[in-house]
Write a protein that binds this ligand. Structure first.
Ligand SMILES: NC(=O)c1ccc[n+]([C@@H]2O[C@H](COP(=O)([O-])OP(=O)(O)OC[C@H]3O[C@@H](n4cnc5c(N)ncnc54)[C@H](OP(=O)(O)O)[C@@H]3O)[C@@H](O)[C@H]2O)c1
Length: 249
């Protein structure tokens, strides 16, 4: 297999949740550049914009607006579609002291960050196993390994997402389906805007990143294309940290 073929996604379809903004948008663009036709999912009009950008760049994309905390909407996303690559990127964070977090806020974070990936994996997994081909990429976090500060629901959801990644990887490896995760470090997106807006916190974070800068969504593209392509056919259950060296500090 040529190096080009090894990393090619020609003829593959990829569903990227949270593909309208930030990391998901970057990954959707990257998979499209590697040849995949991309289904971009999110609640807002941002998904239409990502679709238009991909098409303008010569790629193929459709946009679907859906709320991933709505169980009924999830089945509609995958019905009558053959999905080769599922990227569970949509995520949300609620910041605040643990004692102030309401049950509703807690459950919303778990629903979007953990239960939607679980249900989507279930919905696309059957077809992948039948075809003996499929890639699932879960977007984890450094808070899959660390406790974080006043973001308990997020931390719990991202720890569990790595657990789900390993469990499905074990179960489906013999069926030709690889399940991996990417743990981004501190990436400049809407999600982390409050941290960058706080000068002290921004300086504290930057001082711990050996690469000396915040990451960008483009920094995740290589890892995503690798884990979506034949190049990673013998890689499963792995969480690939892309963090400018934060975890090795
Ligand atoms: N930025 C970082 O430093 C960092 C680090 C580690 C992990 N991550 C993870 O990376 C992923 C992407 O985050 P980001 O940093 O790129 O921030 P972002 O731009 O805020 O992306 C979050 C995406 O999730 C979608 N989303 C949220 N709730 C949804 C819902 N109920 N239904 C459908 N879509 C929903 C949003 O789209 P709509 O608003 O249009 O619905 C948005 O596109 C998240 O899982 C996050 O936890 C980020």
């Amino acid at each position: 297999m040529s190096l080009g073929t090894l990393f090619s996604l020609e003829g593959r379809s990829a569903l990227v949740t949270g593909g309208g903004t930030g990391i998901g948008r970057g990954i959707a663009h990257g998979l499209a550049r590697a040849g995949a036709s991309v289904i971009v999912v999110g609640r807002s009009a941002a998904v239409d914009q990502t679709r238009d950008e991909i098409e303008t760049a010569g790629g193929s994309a459709v946009a679907i607006r859906a709320d991933l905390s709505d169980r009924a909407a999830l089945a509609g996303l995958t019905r009558d579609r053959e999905i080769d690559v599922l990227v569970n990127c949509a995520g949300m964070i609620r910041r605040g002291p643990f004692l102030d977090v309401s049950d509703d806020d807690w459950h919303e974070v778990i629903a979007v960050n953990l239960d939607a990936p679980r249900r989507l994996s279930r919905l696309v997994g059957a077809g992948m196993l039948a075809r003996r081909r499929g890639k699932i990429i879960n977007i984890a976090s450094l808070l899959s390994f660390q406790g974080g500060r006043e973001v308990a629901g997020y931390t719990v959801s991202k720890h569990a997402l790595v657990g789900l990644t390993r469990a499905l990887a074990n179960e489906w490896a013999g069926g030709g389906v690889q399940v991996n995760a990417i743990a981004p470090g501190y990436i400049a997106t809407d999600n982390t805007a409050p941290l960058r807006a706080d000068a002290d916190r921004d300086a504290e974070i930057l001082s711990r990143i050996p690469s000396g800068r915040w990451g960008t969504p483009d920094d995740l593209v290589g890892a995503a294309v690798f884990l979506a392509s034949p190049a990673s056919d013998y890689v499963t259950g792995h969480t690939l940290v892309v963090d400018g060296g934060w975890m090795s500090r």
